[in-house]
Design a protein. Sequence first.
Length: 609
Amino acid sequence: MKTAGIRAGPGGVGPAAPIQHPSGAATTETQDEEHPVSTGKGIDTQQATHLAADDDQPPAEASADTGGFKPDAELPAASALGAFLEAPPSGTPPEVVEALTLMAGDPADPLPPRLYFETVEQSPVAISVTDAKANILYANAAFEVLTGYDRHEVLGKNQSILSSNATPESIYQQLWRTIQRKRPWTGVLINRRKDGEDYLAELTISPVLDAAGRIRYFLGMHRDVTREHELSVALRQQKTRIETVLDAAPVVVVLLDTDGRIILDNQEYKKLLGDLRGREPLALLRSALQQQAGFDPLERAAAGEGFRDVEISIEVPGNAGPRWLSCSGTAVNESDSSLSGYFIRGDAGDQRLLLLANDITGRRREIERAHLENLRARLAEQQLAQGMREALTAASYQLQVPLNMIRAASGMFKDGTGNPALFADMLGQITQAGETALATLHAAMPTQVPEAGVNVNVNELLRHVLALETDNLLAAGIVVDWQPALVLPELSGHKNELRSLFKHLIDNALQALYEGGGSQRALRLATRALDDAVEVIVEDNGPGIPSGLRLKVFEPFHIGWRNRRGRAGMGLALAQEIVNQHDGAIEIDPDYRDGCRVRVTLGNVRARD
Ligand code: FAD
């Protein structure tokens, strides 16, 4: 390893011209003058002695190889020097004696002067010493490694040899302003290595003063902080990304310590704060969880426990009803940021609560609305059933009258006791009573409310019907093969009617599978997009429909089931009507041999509908 020393100039050094460190504790100046860092210590006077030079002379030049530092005991020269200095030969110039005295150091001092040089030379920090104009007088080995320059290449050159020209001029101006005020400066510059690669240098420059308090040298110490910079940029980017994601999330997110202090929150939290007109949402959420769910989220977090999807409601001023929130909490252990936590790994950090609150007011209202609608529909159904029961009771009572008269007339007819005029009168009464009963029945007939045509997704309707039939399918041990088209055009249609169409076809398949009695009962439902239409297949592996009945099954009141189970034989007739309204067709596939396959095509509902 090549090393370069600095030796005293021809003017020599002596006690008359000691180099002094700026007196007192000078403030270290940094790039940001508002934020001074810790006090600089400057150069030890003994080390500085090596650098001392005559005011008018260039103070240094490269010396021969100095070698590594060795303990005093291994330096016989030191004791020889000691002997020399004890009795210097007459005629030895006093400056030489003084210089050698300084070099030899104090035998009582365990730290010889050379140690200071070796310390600098072997330091892992790039160190350079310049004259007052920043011309390099000395550079240590670490300087060579970091900059790529051999020290002989830089000696006598200005430190600006390291400049990449990318550091703003204002930084240099600040640097020079500071060091010329005899204050240390610390900052970051963009340097360029000999091989042309740029790096970020964190540099500290300390002025070194002479006895008269004039700046004679500068001590520069710098290290490569590129990696730190890259890491801090990556950290900032990561933070920005996380904040962006958090702020974009349509969920309240807040991170708390176990005392309930907010460490981080997102836009939704701030929005809730605004909606609550300044009342702290956290306090409300916490007390709602305590009162409505029976636990304190902070206590949970302190115990390292979380919770999920707990629904609570809070009152928000100006809102028609309460605001419903689904809350989840995760206990987070944040690594200890105190110095004592530096060497400790694991979960010895601080306990935090990550609280998420999702506004589910819309969903809750929807459920409540659906519930009400359901209730209303059930009430209407009950009312309808009650009305029909009453009407049927009345009609059957009214039918008793013509029936009794028919019985009486038929008895008289058999006995030959009646006469045509009497029979004519009786027939008139029978007709009138029959018409009254019929009118009662007609009046009880529920009026059909025409359904509006809306955009329907056939897959979705089929899925709903399947969901309704799940229990029946499971009970019958039927394997369902559901093959919806991945993309299906929406049709304009009557939702309820289409639902009852599908329900009817599935119910028929179920009945067929019951009656077929096979052990491997299978139901296949499939949809397919056609031009401007949708095809639906409902297929079962039951007994199938004989070819002679394939059209007849669509006639009203046709019943082919062995077990009628309260069926009226109107299902397929009504199915046909619904399909017709949707400009479609329904058929029993004649080519299907393993059971029954019903093929339905549906187009857009016709205009009247
Ligand atoms: P320059 O013209 O040299 O300087 C730019 C500005 O700095 C000038 O406009 C002026 O405001 C000011 N300035 C420069 N020299 C003086 C001066 N003698 N007195 C007063 N003001 C002055 N620079 C680096 O880029 N990288 C380093 O690692 C580095 N290390 C340094 C170590 C020490 C110990 C010292 C004393 C300086 C160091 N410098 C370093 C600064 C360097 O000397 C140059 O000032 C800088 O590189 C800009 O060089 P330049 O040629 O672009 O412009």
